[in-house]
Design a protein around this ligand. Sequence first.
Ligand SMILES: NC(=O)c1ccc[n+]([C@@H]2O[C@H](COP(=O)([O-])OP(=O)(O)OC[C@H]3O[C@@H](n4cnc5c(N)ncnc54)[C@H](OP(=O)(O)O)[C@@H]3O)[C@@H](O)[C@H]2O)c1
Length: 212
Amino acid sequence: MSVTITNVMAISLDGMIGMHALESDVERRAYNFTNMDDREFVREQLEQADAVITGANSLRASGSAWRVRNDRGVNPAWIVFTTKGLAEGLDFWGQKDVQRVLVSPFPIQEALCAASGVKNWIIPENSPSSLIKKLESENFNRVLLFGGGAINKLFYEHGLVDFAKITVCPLLIGGVNSPRFVNPGLTSPTHFTLISSVLRENLVFLTYRVKR
Ligand SMILES: NC(=O)c1ccc[n+]([C@@H]2O[C@H](COP(=O)([O-])OP(=O)(O)OC[C@H]3O[C@@H](n4cnc5c(N)ncnc54)[C@H](OP(=O)(O)O)[C@@H]3O)[C@@H](O)[C@H]2O)c1
């Protein structure tokens, strides 16, 4: 089976995904960026996923992987792109019931990975296409791309995103250095086809197919 990549993100009306660099989901809910409806929506996505790809900063912000049993009775694997590694104090290292992987272009945090049951996949140049081949070989077929903006850019730039599930949240962030849905610098526009839109209270949940 092939790999399907679905980007799941909550964005502000000005395309931001948070106010500051290492902002957690809890902080976002505290100032009404997102709400419990969105949290429930993310949970539903995880229930039908084999793995999640995320960037090191997003993991630094959350500190841990979500624990949500999927329809195969396991927590989705948590796959983190990094070059510098993750701080030893993060809860992530202790989540032995979650399959966790650091993706890096060279071996990283070897002793800590071995002691914590975290795998380290060495992917030359951290190429997202090579990662997808690896995911396929590991039977991770339903994969969620959880951002942030740097990792989203990497996958959109390489044309590797199949679907986007975007929660539009009714606020403007306007921060000069706030993290964005996709970091600047895409070489060409990416187009989407709307599949569905659902209104829940003040949020709009949009599902798009990415045009290739
Ligand atoms: N609203 C939402 O739905 C949502 C979702 C996700 C995240 N967020 C927020 O977004 C913010 C984080 O976003 P972000 O754009 O700053 O960071 P990010 O995409 O989460 O992570 C960036 C990090 O990923 C690693 N990385 C990036 N490109 C790489 C590459 N080509 N090869 C290898 N590693 C690579 C680097 O880690 P190293 O530093 O280790 O090299 C880089 O610093 C946080 O505040 C988070 O809470 C919001």
